[in-house]
Design a protein around this ligand. Structure first.
Ligand code: PGA
Length: 257
């Protein structure tokens, strides 16, 4: 089945409003109408940039999506420092990254938290980009596929096939994020194929074939082609290389071909 590729930029904690607007404007200026059918481009800036970024894209009428990098599962209330699904929707988000390894590792996010966020997003008609991935210790133990599939199973607990079809999964080996060390295409494909097989067990073959699985971890214009040539890799979740106009545009173009 042909899946529409996705190229998502995860800006992490970079680009204050002024820089965010400039970079979005530069990406938007490069956007062409024929991208629309060939790729879904998503910009995931920090919370404070969501509305300004969306405003630039709306003004330009460019079909680039905006995503948040995190969300809390309650709608409103005494949750100091948190941001809810209705809040990010109001900023114009269509997507939200969930369970990034930095959130899991630095902020103690558990599989259960990830699941609550996934369900809250789906309930609010936003599409989660669910991140999974193993540490180097897990890889060295030889249990990568089991570990990653358990993360997938936990993230999608209580989600039905119709809702799952709206989700994106991002396989991001922790040892490849921001390190310049990319998984080989074979390593990445093996895990992405295992993820798809797990999704087929959970939701049936048709849904699993329709769902997009991205690779993330030091993806750049130099290695994107061989990675997205793999049958189960449908695009990228990009950190460092999404912060520069030229590299991000090159990545978008690479995935369209
Ligand atoms: P990187 O980050 O491209 O800088 O390795 C990817 C990510 O963390 O999503």
């Amino acid at each position: 089945m042909a899946r529409k590729p996705m190229m998502a930029g995860n800006w992490k904690m970079n680009n204050a409003i002024g820089e965010a607007v400039v970079l979005t404007q530069e990406i938007s200026n490069n956007w062409r109408k024929d991208w629309e059918d060939k790729v879904d481009v998503v910009i995931c800036p920090p919370f404070v940039d969501l509305k300004p970024v969306k405003t630039v894209l709306e003004f330009d009428k460019t079909k680039i999506f905006v995503g948040a990098q995190n969300v809390y599962w309650e709608e409103a209330g005494a949750f100091t420092g948190e941001v809810s699904v209705p809040m990010i929707r109001e900023c114009g988000c269509d997507y939200c990254i969930v369970g990034h390894s930095e959130r899991r590792g630095l902020f103690g996010e558990t599989n259960e938290d990830v699941n609550k966020k996934v369900r809250a997003l789906l309930g609010g008609r936003l599409a989660p980009i669910v991140c999974v991935g193993e540490s180097l210790a897990v890889r060295d133990e030889g249990t990568t596929n089991e570990y990653v599939c358990a993360q997938v199973k936990a993230a999608f607990a209580g989600v039905d096939a119709d809702d799952a079809a709206k989700c994106v999964v991002a396989y991001e080996p922790v040892w490849a994020i921001g390190t310049g060390r990319t998984a080989t295409p074979e390593q990445a494909e093996e895990v992405c194929a295992a993820i798809r097989a797990q999704l087929a067990v959970l939701f049936g073959e048709e849904t699993a074939q329709a769902m997009r699985i991205l690779y993330g971890g030091s993806m750049n214009p130099g290695n994107v082609d061989v990675l997205v040539a793999e049958p189960d890799i449908d695009g990228g979740l990009i950190g460092g290389a999404s912060l520069k106009r030229d590299s991000f545009i090159q990545l978008v173009k690479a995935v369209m071909q």
